[in-house]
Design a protein around this ligand. Sequence first.
Ligand SMILES: Cc1cc2nc3c(=O)[nH]c(=O)nc-3n(C[C@H](O)[C@H](O)[C@H](O)COP(=O)(O)O)c2cc1C
Length: 358
Amino acid sequence: MQRPLKIGDVGIDFPAGLGALAGYSDWPFRVLCRRFGAGFAVAEVLLDRFVMSVTKGSKAGRFIRVDDEDHPCGAQLMGDDPALFAQAAQTLAARGFDWIDLNFACPVRKVLGKCRGGWFLGHPSEALHVVAVVRDALPPEMPLTLKLRRGLDDTQAAEEHFHRIVEGAWNLGVTAMTVHPRTVLQRYQGTADWEFLARLRFRRPDRVILGSGDLHSPQLACRMAEETGVDGLWIARGAVGYPWFFAELRAVLDGRPLPPPPSIFEQRRVLEEHFSLAVAAYGPDRAVSVMRNFAFQYAKIHPQGEAVRQSLVQLKSRSDWDDLLRIWYGVDLPGLRKPPPIPSDISCDSAKAADVSG
Ligand SMILES: Cc1cc2nc3c(=O)[nH]c(=O)nc-3n(C[C@H](O)[C@H](O)[C@H](O)COP(=O)(O)O)c2cc1C
């Protein structure tokens, strides 16, 4: 990447980070990815009205937690009401997040039906109104960023809407944008159109643009940087259950050899570390169900992954968790490289967070 990544005045020491992932980019996983070298992280998408409903000391407060080990960190908002968007943005800024990101990308049907997420890509005036109101409500030094797909669909009108939003948003003071160059209609089918990103970069060499889409390996991440010229990389599915991604990407970008895939003992060490972070965030009982979800993803790099997944189906308690580690992670073996995801593999949507958050 040509220049150091900065989001407003927020300096970022490595231009790749953990992107927003509903159900995954929670505080424990963000901290874990940073320990492996992620340069930034973005928390799971939050519904504006959910943020406003969180009271001091409530359990839901863990969704808007950010602490010393978790910077720089963006908070992402989804909503349909400009005034609520603005209030929620102020709350998240006051909580200590380093920037506020607006989600104009989510392709989930239920979300679109409520005029949220990717719906805005088909409604440039409404999108720009939200941007203006939120920008106005935030302290001037707090960066505002956008997450976009490349349009609602493949029509000329959709591309025109996209550029109207992008140009309008720069003019309103948006600091950076992350673009996932699939259409909303495409959801996770087909491939991300990296040439679209390259054209966008060419049109706007002066602006901060991050790229997302099909960054399934450190090599692909390097290729996106080279082929598109984006300033930063928003790593998503490639890092789920694979926090080693960031250490590997640092090696590849430095011209060092790619380290071997994590051995079973290394996987066990990281599962234990992740579990401890989850206990700190959720308490011992809920940590088990949160980690069960992640463990399905970690199992993809286990040589007996299918058997591990079978035993996860029954996992309910802390002692089941200890048994899992003892049985499947008790003998050291070489691990596997993470395979690319298939669209039905992990629920590819932001609905989970939207549901959690009412
Ligand atoms: C399970 C899941 C949850 C996601 N949650 C969010 C989210 O909360 N906010 C967001 O902007 N994008 C979300 N995304 C989209 C990703 O951040 C990313 O843009 C997309 O997966 C493309 O990158 P990839 O192909 O490298 O995974 C989610 C994707 C998945 C698969």
